[in-house]
Write a protein that binds this ligand. Sequence first.
Ligand code: HEM
Length: 498
Amino acid sequence: MAMFENPELFLFPLCIFILCFLKITTQKKSPVPTNWPLVGMLPGFLQNIHRIHDYTTEILYQCGGTFEFKGPWFTKMDMVFTCDPANIHHIFSKNFSNYPKGPEFRKIFDILGDGIFNVDHELWEFHRKTTLSILSNIKFNSFLERFVWEKVENGLFPVLDYYSKQGIAVDLQDILQRFTFDNICKLVFNNDPGSLSVDLPYIPCEKAFNDVIEALLHRHFLPEGVWKLQQCLKVGKEKKLVEAWKAFDEFIYPLIIANEGDQNNDFNILATFRKEFEEKNGSSAYSRHFLRDTSLNLMLAGRDTTSTTLTWLFWLISKNPLVEIKICEEIENKMDKKWRFFSAEESRKLVYLHGALSESLRLFPPVAIEHKAPMQSDTLPSGHTLVDRDTKVLIFFYSTGRMEGVWGKDCLEFKPERWISAGGGVKYEPSYKFPAFNAGPRICLGKEMAFIQMKMVAAAIICRYHVEVVEGHPVAPSDSSVIQMKHGLTVKLCKRNA
Ligand code: HEM
């Protein structure tokens, strides 16, 4: 009987069977997966899940930017995949109210609770308003500037100096993740956990993010019954998710409780949320649970996105040595000939560096996939694709940056010049063409902050070291919901002359 209530339980083994069959028999030329009876296109996807971002890009390229995925029967897994800017504009801006994230998204991202990434409608508006008031506060920006520089001087430089002096190769992605983790914890909790130090301490919460983003991507492509069963049995990626959940709670709750007594902090994100929450709910009782969700979402926003962009930037620069020279020249010319710390305002002068970061974001947008659930049936502008209420829409930002029709024949090349206007400033591109920071009313609230932080860190590293990727190091995007480097980025650092 359980089989009939949960058809996934027998469809999934059938998928595995077809997958093995596919492996043994055909080598299909077209990337578009076969639509099998009963199991739909799922076997083709599972076969390619280890390279999901490139695989979907190949399909979308072949299908002109939009593709209808047929899931196994009775599982409600039919989806529309798109990377077409016209559809992105329609879904994220023009018809925004018809495209909430929806209840499916909340199920998949349950670990994020009632945080900003996970909610729609009134609660999202509350989060957005409160977060915006914090991030646009002048005090916040001067805190950010100070924290970043202090961390560069007291965390990043000592660690990189150590590895450079010893001539030991180091995983730059790991270093950058530690940097952004410490930084976001300092901003949210006024507490620096010190994950960035020479001995590279193991902090379960810091590492848990990597497990979470992997498991969450796989949930998009597995029937719900299957990942729920794995969750119950505590196996595979779901086991890691359960452990990550525990690590987050053990890290965050004590900091929330400690913050309740923190009177000396003149800039306090948690206190702002606490006050707003109490006002909204008309009582002095607030929920620690709610603050846990709020801070976890901010940590996710602040840790993975910027560290990932910087990691890809250093890899791209290593492949394009001329870009490194141009970045060094720009810093020298615009920052009084020698390396010094610069303010957020001054960072705006670094137009070429801005272009290099934008290229990194175009080719490797950290948030690579968005998920929307139409409230009413609708017709998408590209090819007049019909989406009905039960159809999830997955939007592939990674693919948008790799379409010749959108970015030209040289779309796969790393060209910071692409971002420089005729007047020498940063060239504007509409967010539906460059959706790395999302588009429309839910556009990223931390974009400015991210660029300031990334410019400071990139400039600090580039001016002090030549970064050399270790020969033969394998490079591929991870099969996770944030596109990290699958194998990290092992580099050797050579300190430049003063
Ligand atoms: C390179 C860096 C960054 C990139 C590429 C990026 C990208 C994005 C994307 C794609 C979204 C939409 C996510 C979704 O709705 O599922 C988003 C939302 C958001 N980002 Fe960022 N982000 C970056 C840095 C930051 C930073 C440093 C912060 C600050 C803590 C931040 C705060 C937020 C917030 C609060 C939202 C939610 C907006 C909403 O739903 O209304 N982001 N970001």
